[in-house]
Design a protein around this ligand. Structure first.
Ligand SMILES: [Zn+2]
Length: 247
């Protein structure tokens, strides 16, 4: 599903538009011209449906150079091993979360508690995989003719990253589970999620003049994305905790 000149939705679960497996987050394909990148990889339970959507959109999966992971949770990362194997792409995630995935540390990525609570089937496991690009805050990642900047915004998870892109259709923010439609946030009761971290870091998203906001779940917005982001930034200035999208 084409969203802008250079962004396609190729995966999405029941908390999105249910394009692929029910457990998948939104998975976006970024078309940088010569090179492609994926933002997130889904949970990995949908077989080759994400790849099939990439091909159906007219792209050769072998041109995908990077899988840009927003954070370590299974619904975003579980699909990375298969996608890496089929595309030859390298995986990028915060340097703070890279080791969790290299050793498939289910406790640190919150999978143990999520599975216990019924978010995933009891048989679901994630496979360890290599992270070739452990990212530092503000690191730039070229994807063909596009420049992607990794902004560390811990809060939803220990190393959550929002990817800022100057695209052909404006400025995009791929916000993972940090900020959603109408400024809702993604605070969890699991290792790595912290209201204090949110409070310290959310201000990094102010003043970015984002047009399109592409979060990891729920509604995405093609214009005025900064309006939604600003609502989240403002909500941290009050006494009560901001509205949480994850219940
Ligand atoms: Zn998450």
């Amino acid at each position: 599903m084409q969203l802008t000149d250079d962004v396609h939705l190729v995966g999405s679960g029941r908390n999105g538009v249910w394009l692929t497996d029910e457990f998948d987050c939104h998975v976006y394909l970024l078309d940088g011209g010569g090179e492609l990148a994926l933002v997130d990889a889904g949970a990995g339970m949908g077989g080759g449906r994400i790849l099939a959507n990439i091909v159906e959109a007219g792209f050769d999966p072998k041109r995908i150079s990077h899988i840009l992971l927003t954070h370590c949770h299974a619904d975003h990362c579980g699909g990375a091993p298969l996608l890496k194997q089929k595309t030859g792409a390298s995986a990028a995630i915060s340097e703070r979360e890279a080791d969790f995935l290299r050793r498939a540390d289910e406790e640190s990525i919150g999978l143990t508690i999520a599975r216990r609570q019924g978010y995933y089937p009891t048989s679901y496991r994630i496979e360890a995989f290599e992270i070739e690009m452990p990212l530092k805050d503000a690191q730039a990642i070229p994807v063909g003719g596009l420049r992607v900047a990794a902004i560390h915004v811990p809060g939803h998870s220990l190393g959550s990253i929002c990817y800022l892109v100057e695209g052909r259709g404006g400025t995009y923010l791929f916000s993972g589970d940090v900020v959603f439609h109408k400024g809702e946030i993604g605070l969890l009761n699991c290792p790595g999620s912290s209201l204090e971290d949110y409070r310290k870091n959310i201000g990094k998203l102010a003043g970015l003049n984002v047009d399109a906001l592409f979060p990891g779940h729920f509604t995405f917005c093609l214009s005025n994305g900064q309006w939604h982001i600003n609502k989240a930034v403002e909500s941290f200035k009050g006494l009560a905790p901001p509205k949480n999208a994850i219940t």
